[in-house]
Design a protein around this ligand. Structure first.
Ligand code: GLA
Length: 381
């Protein structure tokens, strides 16, 4: 962490001719279970990881914002707090613009100089954007002494994505980045936003394997899934799929199309699995962890239809190594991205080897494996 802070501080000095007043950090996240349940008012079980985004910041006496992203080529981006519009030329700056627009609804904020860097693999479904939003909010809250809680920050980050960037994501990623906890995962009820931290047995490692499948259809397909869930909600006459159990869904099956029924079946079954997963982890019941993660993957593949063949292959390669001793599934929004696995320490090398030997042979793609640790979120008290 020191290295990134130092790098960022130096580039801040080169760009703005003075030292930053603060450097904030927020982690990315990996979701252990509970996919596409957040915007359905359901349960998710993510962990903040040891990859994240750093923001160096200082106040300006005027209403201007200047921001340099070290990981993107090009000059600093400039805008006025009094006229925040979308920037099609440097789209990364829309996260900064959106976060400020969200903040200014309720809080007094002045001008800013900012530099940003991060090491969350981009486009891999590990929430580089949520970590940017939360790191920005942390930095700005500290500079302008804003009384922001972790939940406030998560909702502001989500607002920036939904209303400004134009991605209708749920609140899971921002909550994990803000409120995750070292050594554990966050069991979050996305309806009430109540959460509990659940420790992960240190004998098990979180292994993330990036499939390197470019996530192409992500925006349109994600929004389509949301619409299909809403159709099911309409047929069922409820407020959200959270209110529905499998029995109720089956009673309404004949009133919906097959696709809408299967989308809802994924969400309803995934909510049950998420709660079961939290219990299984607490009891170190790895046979159950293995089964639940496999069922989640199958449900995402067959009912929600958000996996792609290389990811199915990747997950099955890892599952073969783990047997009932650990679990693996696709994680995140889908259509590419990463597999996540809970792996006993003594099987990590075997997982690495199997992925290296098999994945390229069977898909022509090369995967990247990261052994992660669960870290504190940026707003954890
Ligand atoms: C993306 C979204 C989240 C969530 C997941 C799927 O990561 O940003 O809000 O919906 O997809 O679980």
């Amino acid at each position: 962490m020191m290295d990134e802070t130092e790098k960022l501080t130096q580039s801040f000095e080169r760009t703005f001719g003075r030292r930053p007043e603060t450097v904030a950090y927020a982690p990315g996240r990996v979701n252990l279970l509970g996919e596409h349940t957040d915007y359905n008012g359901g349960f998710v079980f993510p962990a903040a990881i040891n990859f994240g985004t750093w923001v160096a910041a200082a106040k300006r006496p005027d209403r201007k914002v200047s921001v340099l992203a070290l990981d993107y080529s090009g000059d600093a981006n400039h805008f006025s707090l009094d006229d925040i519009t979308q920037d099609p030329v440097q789209p990364w700056s829309n996260y900064v613009r959106g976060v400020l627009k969200a903040l200014m609804v309720r809080h007094l904020v002045g001008g800013l100089e900012l530099t940003i860097t991060g090491n969350v693999p981009q486009g891999a479904g590990l929430s580089s954007s949520a970590s940017l939003e939360i790191a920005l909010l942390k930095a700005i809250a500290s500079l302008y002494e804003l009384p922001l809680s972790g939940v406030d920050a998560a909702l502001l980050g989500q607002w920036a994505e939904n209303e400004f960037v134009g991605c209708s994501c749920g609140v899971m990623d921002q909550m994990a980045s803000a409120l995750g906890k070292q050594g554990g995962a966050l069991l979050l009820d996305c309806e009430s936003l109540q959460f509990e931290h659940r420790a992960i047995d240190p004998e098990f490692q979180i292994v993330i394997v990036d499939s390197n499948v470019k996530r192409g259809l992500v925006g349109s397909e994600y929004n389509l899934r949301r619409q299909q869930c809403e159709q099911a909600v309409g047929v069922l006459g409820v407020n959200s799929l959270r209110e529905v159990d499998m029995e109720r869904l089956l009673q309404a099956q004949s009133a919906m199309s097959d696709v809408v029924f299967r989308r809802a079946r994924h969400v309803v079954s995934e909510n049950t699995r998420t709660l079961a997963m939290a219990r299984a982890l607490a009891e170190s019941d790895y046979r159950a962890v293995s089964r639940l993660m496999a069922q989640s993957h199958d449900s995402m593949r067959d009912d929600f239809e958000i996996t792609v063949p290389p990811i199915d292959t990747l997950v099955s390669i890892i599952q073969q190594v783990l047997g009932a001793q650990g679990g693996a599934r696709m994680t995140g929004g889908g259509f590419g991205g990463c597999a996540v696995a809970l792996v006993p320490t003594n099987l990590i090398d075997d997982v690495r080897r199997a992925v290296a030997e098999e994945y390229h042979k069977r898909t022509g793609l090369r995967a990247q494996t990261y052994v992660c640790t669960p870290e504190n979120g940026a707003f954890l008290e």
